[in-house]
Design a protein around this ligand. Structure first.
Ligand SMILES: NC(=O)c1ccc[n+]([C@@H]2O[C@H](COP(=O)([O-])OP(=O)(O)OC[C@H]3O[C@@H](n4cnc5c(N)ncnc54)[C@H](OP(=O)(O)O)[C@@H]3O)[C@@H](O)[C@H]2O)c1
Length: 261
């Protein structure tokens, strides 16, 4: 006998999607002047309330990778290529973040409370995207060949390539164990000073187009509100840093490239 399908909790999906948008706007309002306390914006925190960056990123991002995979074990509609491809796309991002980015990072220790909050949002997001795709979404068999899906996936994977490359440029500005800030150059940093954030936002916008869904759009907006101000803040800091460098050594002006954002 065939297993019963898991029910689509439409009200929960809508509520969580709205929640992500509201959380994004609340973050934007709350952090107009100050940034969330991690990385270079970390306020003085007792060492005991911090977690080494690799472990923090691993634990924080893991739920968004694991929960959609666990949901595939629940009874769901016979999955078409579209659903498998889109769920695989979401999980690919979090595989990279959990198992590759985490182990390579040279970031400073991470505040425990920010890691717990991050893990909470990753759990909600993993559940929302996974549940929606497996139990609610309906794509016809031509979806993957359609314009939206193709354009969205192209944007997603272009954004992902920019994000991964830019994160590696930042990582290579430091020797292992060093905590210094230098001016990133090369790759997309030629055009955008928050190149890693630009790549990430492009990814989630692409994912929203490819899935054409409210949950994905809400996560793209949340990411924009969360990392957009951080990108702007890093841009301003880099400008100040560059100005100081120019004063010290006007010759280095030639070495630097224009920045748009
Ligand atoms: N989807 C979302 O909502 C979301 C939210 C947050 C983050 N993310 C993604 O997660 C990744 C990391 O985010 P993040 O906020 O930690 O990015 P970040 O502030 O740019 O830092 C990335 C890494 O590079 C180091 N770094 C940054 N600027 C540097 C410089 N000028 N010189 C030397 N090292 C530098 C940081 O070290 P320190 O940590 O020691 O400063 C950190 O290890 C990004 O790809 C981002 O897109 C996504």
């Amino acid at each position: 006998a065939s297993q019963p399908e898991m029910h689509c909790h439409r009200t929960l999906v809508d509520a969580l999607s709205l929640g992500f948008v509201l959380a994004g706007f609340a973050h934007l309002l709350h952090h107009r002047k100050t940034q969330l306390s991690y990385g270079r914006h970390m306020r003085p925190t007792p060492l005991l309330r911090t977690v080494p960056a690799p472990l923090a990123w691993f634990l924080q991002e893991m739920p968004a990778f694991l929960i959609p995979l666990l949901l595939t074990l629940t009874p769901h509609q016979a999955s078409g290529t579209g659903k498998r491809l889109l769920l695989g796309t979401f999980v690919t991002h979090y595989f990279q973040r959990t198992f590759i980015y985490s182990f390579l990072t040279r970031g400073r220790p991470f505040p425990l409370n920010v890691m717990v909050a991050g893990a909470f949002f990753c759990s909600l997001s993993g559940f929302l995207q996974g549940h929606y795709l497996l139990h609610c979404a309906q794509y016809d068999q031509h979806w993957t060949a359609g314009f939206r899906c193709r354009t969205g996936l192209l944007l997603f994977y272009t954004g992902m390539a920019i994000n991964i490359h830019s994160d590696s440029v930042l990582r290579n500005l430091r020797e292992p164990g060093e905590v210094v800030y230098r001016i990133p150059t090369g790759g997309f940093f030629r055009y955008v000073s928050g190149a890693n954030f630009f790549g990430e936002i492009t990814e989630w916008m692409g994912y929203a187009v490819a899935t054409w869904s409210l949950p994905a759009l809400s996560f793209a907006l949340f990411s924009l509100c969360f990392i957009g101000p951080r990108a702007l803040h890093h841009h301003r800091e880099l400008e100040i840093f560059r100005e100081r460098e120019f004063k010290r050594d006007p010759e280095c002006r030639k070495e630097l490239n224009p920045v748009v954002f």
